[in-house]
Design a protein around this ligand. Sequence first.
Ligand code: M6R
Length: 602
Amino acid sequence: MCGIVGYLGKNEKKEILLDGLQELEYRGYDSAGIAVIEGEKLNQFKAIGKLENLREKTKSYHTEGFGISIGHTRWATHGKPTELNAHPHLGAYSYVVHNGIIENYQELKAELQAEGVNFLSQTDTETIVHLFEKNHKTNKDVFSSFEATINRLEGAYATLLITEADAETIYFAKNGSPMLIGFHSDDVYFASSDTPIIGKATEVYYLEDGEYGYAREGVVKLFNAEGEKSFTKQALTADKISAQKDGYRFFMEKEIYEQSRVMGETMMGRVLDDSIVFDELDETFFKGIKAIKICACGTSYHSALTSAYLFERLAKIRCDIEIASEFRYKEPLLTDDTLFITISQSGETADTLEALKMAKRAGLKSLSICNVDNSSIVRESDAAILTRAGIEKGVASTKAFATQSMVLWMLALYMGQQRNTVSKKVLKTEISAMLHTPKALIVTDELHEKLHRLSKRYLHGHGFFFIGRDIFFPLALEGALKLKEISYMHAEGYPAGEMKHGPIALADSELFTIALMPHTMHYDKIKSNVEELSARDATILAISPLPFDLADDFIQTKYSSHPMVEFFEMMVVTQLLALEISVRLGNDVDMPRNLAKSVTVE
Ligand code: M6R
């Protein structure tokens, strides 16, 4: 995803920008660029691909003395990854970088084009710089021209603008995409997250939505809809690792909290008002495809299992799921009318990669769903959809699972659109539920506190059964995997209806059952299954929007009209439960024993 760095001051600007952008590399990008104004000199460089390409292009360029500068790494949303589409975008005498999406850019672009403005790129961002220069033509004051510009923008943005019309000032605005301002003596820094400025700035201010302003001579003026406002800087840690944790105790905890935000990024530019779009897939991609086979490991396998229900229900296409390490040696029968999908957070899992190679050798078309651009699995696949979760450091996968499940849901709907298996009404309902998902993923203090308190009752016993039906069965598997990875306690996921076919023999008060009881899906059936367990004295932790009398512990989720929204809300509960149990047991949450983040051996 895109990253922004800005700097105003006397130090070498090129290095500050490039080093800062390097810190944001993990977010994924396909091009990068910088623009610097020093006195009368304006310089701009752009390169597609990795930052080394930009470093190479700028190797004989050095900055001296006071100046203003902005830099950007771009993850293409509107228009292909080309130099012309890379930021900073140039007007006649100004430059802009931007993260987010300007939703009304087409309307603004048409308006500007009608007045004779020539656009060089296919991006939404370029409208900002032209709109600014248009405003500046009639209103000579730079700041009010900038203010008038951002007042016209709809959508999410974090943006920096520099202009020869005011060569000592950086203009900024934030709405819906993160941006912060760093301070150290007379130096002012901007960035889309704090890692690029750690070790450089000593104080920071995290901008809020609707705030904008400018930095000049080391001083920042801040405004919002009510006018100029004061703000309080806070100390910025010099410790990169703790900064990367953003104040959370563990990366896993941070990543659980991030899910609501990253889900927005996963959907950005893909979930539109009345359709799903994947720029990554050309129109003929699914031509001749009659079935889907998905291969993955661990958590990624669980998101695959969830998606099988969605592909068959929404796209009416047969979907088989296989654990990659099993698939490799079973001599599978493969036909070239099957789309082979691999799912992987890291893109480097050896079994998944080998399964992909096998499928390719058998002539199957391949698609990967991955969090890491340019990883082996992405490079090996015919097409790839990135999940855009951002780097995941906790070994126990959380936000990768959430974003994989979302991409797969979107893909099932996308195929449903193409295959005419979803009506307009269904499409609308699904899209509205998707857009509601980030809300369902918000971790409230109340929920976290409740799970913290409740976790003390679950530190012993002879095992956990996570049970659910339909898509809540793979979620039960995932809940159990999370718990065993970081608590080292035995946990199993089971289809609720299967308990009486054997596992119920284990039921007693020391068997903890985590029951996923959504009200949108087979509630009465799962209720009966849980009653059977309760009758055998099993300890029940019920997760449901509907109060359940037999529960020993109860987490009440919200009423939602869509199973996937309930799915994501319950997912958060199971993740926090595992986290809190692990913390109480004194385990290493982020690096559990015996596990590695990326499993590159078979
Ligand atoms: O990077 P991948 O998604 O391919 O990794 C697959 C599994 O190794 C991974 O999901 C593992 O199960 C995690 N530790 C789960 O939390």
